[in-house]
Design a protein around this ligand. Sequence first.
Ligand code: ATP
Ligand code: MG
Length: 788
Amino acid sequence: EVADSSPLLQNLNPEQRAAVALPNEHALILAGAGSGKTRVLTTRIAWLLATGQIGPGNVLAVTFTNKAAKEMMTRLGAMLPVNVRGMWIGTFHGLCNRFLRAHYKLAALPQAFQILDTQDQLSAVKRLMKQHNVDEERFPAKELQWFIAGCKEDGLRPNMVEVKSEEDRRKVEIYQLYEEQCQREGVVDFAELMLRAYEVLRDNDPIREHYQRRFHHILIDEFQDTNKLQYAWIKMFAGPGNSVFAVGDDDQSIYAFRGARVGNMADFVREFSVRHQIKLEQNYRSYSNILDSANQLISNNKTRLGKNLRTDQGAGEPVRIYEAPTDMAEAQWMVEEIRHVVRGGGPDEGVSRNEVAVLYRSNAQSRVIETALFNAAVPYRVYGGLRFFERAEIKHALSYLRLLENPNDDTSFIRVVNFPARGIGARSVEQLQDAARTVGCSLHDAVTATTGKAGANLAAFVAKIDTMRAQTEGLTLREIMEVMLQQSGLLDHYKAERDGADRVENLEELVNAAESFVTQEGFGRDAVALPVDELGGGAILRQSPASQGLDPSLPEVHEPAPDYVPPDAETGETLSPLAAFLTHAALESGDNQANAGQEAVQLMTVHSAKGLEFDCVFVTGLEEGLFPSERSMSDYEGLEEERRLMYVAITRARKRLYLSYSQTRLLHGQTRYNVKSRFFEELPEHAVKWLTPKNQNFGGSAFGYGMGYPSTRGGYQRESIASPPVPVQKAEPTHGLRQGMKVFHTKFGEGTVLTLEGQGLDARAHIQFPRHGAKWLALSVAKLTPVN
Ligand code: ATP
Ligand code: MG
């Protein structure tokens, strides 16, 4: 059997091996967390290459994050003597970017088109709304932004959107105007990258057929979270002679709120007549206490395809549960625990800080945790918050750079035309915008038509940009950055600012980022190629049969960048380093700094932890209304998605898992009195251990607040962990309401209690009424009767 002959397959179980060595036919690998799906996908690519069935150019692989793409390329590069840089491995956005750069003419885009991130997009929408007098009250800009993204993700251009009301008509009108504006400025947003690439493939038979012939294998990780457009895009690449290899887990589908369709799995099996469906049931990541917890929790979901997971690793440590009186106490306890784990408490070896993850449901929760870590001088890194490239000073700098690259980029123009201040007021800018609209040109070009003092200032700004462009011609990226920072006045501006030191530092960091980008991408003269051994792959390489008898100069891989755009195959045309760097800044999602510098505790939302694994994981803020989130609790599907999210959170842990919640929490400027998450009730008793007495009170811990709990500041002893949980007397809330209870209101009818807050006369309830929406009701006033 072929499958046994390759050393690449030796470290796999029989099901994994079968999956890796499937023939070139469509396949679906459906399996639970930690069962080796991603490993199988990577190994399959390596195996196809190593056995000489295909070359590096014949693979299209889609990963969920840039980090995953990078990891995959590094691993492949280490396993095989191939140049992974040119390989089509990346995220949907990264791959679409590459595709559109190659076919920019067909896509009706300038080759150096720039990418709008979510922030840029919002400000573009706002600008448009102002110009066209759209009422912000009736049409919040954020809502329009979502509307536009939603249409694009459904593959709908403005003329295709169904209009049912005057309101719809207005929204579609804005969508249309927005599109025209982007087109004029030569910029595209994230959803546009996908849609535009899809349309080029759909409308150009030779292009589509070319790629179908080129890509013998199309491999997709995290398939359960693809949306409609992504699935349609995949279908464009599937031709008569190639195959789609999809890998996923329905229990980890957590992006339905953003249009992901878990139904794509069933559609795929049907539409592609998939003959090979492989299930992987062995989990290699976690000890069984962790795995049992995940399994039992998810078994509460009704809509599942159904799979099992088992592990040979033994029970391991119990899942530890902690209840804190306040969010600060929760964070404080966690910091102590992290120090303990990192030091190597008990029989454990010390765990590296990089191997400790703190997960939370929403970004707003990170502040308290950060403060506690900061005060305790524990290094940490936050993922998915404000990216480096999204900070104000960086955005300003990038705007200047974008204007150098494309003077018609109005978004950038507006951002910096009066920053640093140069006497150009909002009114002058508005007049300029009017002039530009009348003539139908960019703001840059409209400046010549302006007059007076304002006109002179505007003209000076444009002259400055144009001079800078001339000055930077032919310079290295680093030199361009330096000229820009000086000439724009940004550096001086922040140096003069009282609290500007951090910002100056960030601008300097931007220069460094540019420098290392050039090195990594091989743009500059100093491009460095890392020998394979430095990537730790030397040993594997020597075992690989494909490496035998090959030119010894071959085993060199560059540190691969998933958003690398290779030069045009025919013309050799390539992006300028500046354009490439700007693209990188837009696509880099902040997940790449993983191993930069010092070892640090990893902070992130559960969403961004997908696909990752850590030795030690904390899942914090497990409170009703937070996790599961308030909005999700009103409908069944929402709740199932939250449970899948919890399943993802639990299954990130290899060895040690902590779950915690707090009775009170300051969030969005309000103190919330919390009830512990229902998910605790869904965990197997044998696998968990309560570090604090298990609080049976499901009726509102606000009433038992502060009583009978060990205080975190000193009172809590680690040795006391082993003491058996002491049942706490259930305090009966006076109003007798509970979370999830059905109640009847004389005016609003039947509803479900979402949250309870406060006590006595201040007690309030957030209640979801099917016909009237969610309402906050004061319990001393509202007449509510429980319904059975
Ligand atoms: P998720 O659903 O969370 O994305 P996954 O199914 O993609 O998980 P992987 O990340 O590929 O799982 O694998 C989980 C862990 O198990 C990894 O550390 C991987 O190296 C390891 N692993 C997978 N298969 C094997 C195997 N046959 N032998 C030993 N370790 C394995
Ligand atoms: Mg995976």
